[in-house]
Write a protein that binds this ligand. Structure first.
Ligand code: C2E
Ligand code: MG
Ligand code: MG
Ligand code: MG
Length: 288
């Protein structure tokens, strides 16, 4: 955008950078207080079996309601939380809240849906991470198979051996492991296969470009068929319209997630959604 405005925009670069640094520092100060002031909540986005239309699970997505700025998107504060180390207590809160909510829904008679939680690199590397996960599952009396951890490729590439050991322990305990944002680069499926992942989440970029980019369609098709061959579940992320949904279904993609199927919702909205669409009976119109 600076390019579009020509060379002269260079002189605005330093001042605006300063504003960015200031804004970041302010946000960081506020982030320190966010946990104790209970400014976080989780939203839940359903994942669907694209063949039957039934809900197969939920992904917990963190929201920060800032007292003056309103909702701050995770893409703005998660990197900050990573840099400062605040991701460790925040990430623990997310896991605890997701577990607590699952148990509350089970007690309320809702189906035992699997809950996916995003785990960032620093959180995953933190010593004691595995113990914390096991402790929470025990505390809430949850079957490990109801929890899924979403991890990006980056995390396993950085310290492969350590990551492999940790993932193996988690997987052997029955916890599900998903590769988030898969297909963006870094690693081949044949390499990732050496880690005990059970699921690939195909990055939204593929859904977005399905209709008009033959290359992305071919990659999506390849990911779906390799997933099938390797016995890994494939979930398409970011399905925003009926055309993308149709295309993914015709490629044989088993499951998906996206605004077209359901938005991330508050706990109350999610409960209402699940009540209105009992497990196995729900079929979005396009899936019929
Ligand atoms: P992600 O894990 O890949 O999550 C998917 C993101 O795509 C979410 O954004 C979701 O709201 C959005 N999304 C869902 N359907 C659609 C769609 O049809 N179109 C488009 N354009 N977007 C869609 P969100 O909630 O803003 O989260 C962004 C990222 O922040 C997440 O990407 C994840 O990497 C991170 N994040 C969110 N919650 C947590 C958390 O509790 N812990 C950690 N460590 N990271 C989190
Ligand atoms: Mg995710
Ligand atoms: Mg993703
Ligand atoms: Mg992402």
């Amino acid at each position: 955008h600076a390019k579009a405005q020509g060379r002269n925009t260079c002189r605005f670069f330093m001042p605006s950078l300063q504003v960015d640094v200031e804004a970041r520092l302010n946000l960081e100060t506020d982030l320190h207080r966010a946990l104790e002031q209970q400014q976080f909540h989780l939203t839940y986005q359903p994942q669907f079996n694209l063949q039957t239309g039934s809900v197969i699970g939920l992904e917990a997505l963190l929201r920060w309601r800032h007292p003056t700025r309103g909702l701050v998107p995770p893409d703005e504060f998660i990197p900050l939380a990573e840099d400062t180390g605040l991701i460790v207590p925040i990430g623990e809160w997310v896991l605890r809240e997701a577990c607590r909510q699952m148990v509350a829904w089970h007690r309320g008679g809702f189906p035992r849906l699997r809950m996916a939680v995003n785990i960032s690199a620093r959180q995953f590397r933190q010593s004691g991470f595995i113990d914390m996960v096991f402790r929470l599952l025990r505390h809430y009396g949850l079957e490990p198979g109801l929890l899924e951890l979403e991890i990006t490729e980056r995390v396993v590439i950085q310290s492969a051996e350590h990551a492999r050991n940790m993932l193996t322990i988690l997987r052997q305990a029955g916890i599900c492991l998903a590769v988030d944002d898969f297909g963006l680069g870094y690693s081949s499926l044949s390499y990732l296969r050496t880690f005990p992942f059970s699921k690939l989440k195909m990055d939204q970029a593929f859904s977005r470009n399905l209709a008009d980019d033959a290359c992305d369609r071919a990659i999506a098709e390849a990911i779906v068929s390799m997933g099938r061959t390797l016995g890994m579940e494939v979930v398409a992320e970011g399905i925003e319209n009926a055309l993308q949904l149709d295309t993914l279904r015709s490629l044989g993609c088993p499951s998906g997630q996206g605004f077209h199927l359901a938005q991330p919702m508050t706990a109350a909205e999610t409960a209402a959604f699940l009540r209105g669409h009992p497990q196995g009976e729900f079929c979005p119109e396009e899936l019929l």
